[in-house]
Design a protein around this ligand. Sequence first.
Ligand code: 5GP
Length: 115
Amino acid sequence: MSEPSVFTRILGGEIPSEIVAETENVFAIRDIAPQAPVHLLVIPKQNDYRNVVELAAGDPALLAEMIGLANSLAAEHADGDFRLVFNTGPHAGQTVFHVHAHVLAGGLGEESVGA
Ligand code: 5GP
């Protein structure tokens, strides 16, 4: 068995982080190192997929649930507009291999903000 991911440890209460929203299969937290005025992470509760490509192939309904929660969070925490980023692979900046979406929002305007 591999080590539990940092997100699994947060969900289990082992690492402190407020869970700002959850659905049946997905939860959301604030990113510890925000790259935008609103920077949330939307994460499946089960760590079954390493990245969004595996998730889309294996459980598209779960991907849709993540996107639905991202949409609700952008309306609740900003003006409803948002950028959704899935870093995929270490050379793209992925550091946690438990699939997660970065929800970036809050006056991004013309600037280029990545996660
Ligand atoms: P990745 O680089 O894999 O796309 O995204 C991982 C994200 O998780 C990073 O933006 C990083 O700041 C965030 N992160 C890593 N450890 C923690 C933590 O312990 N708490 C929270 N809230 N975010 C974390």
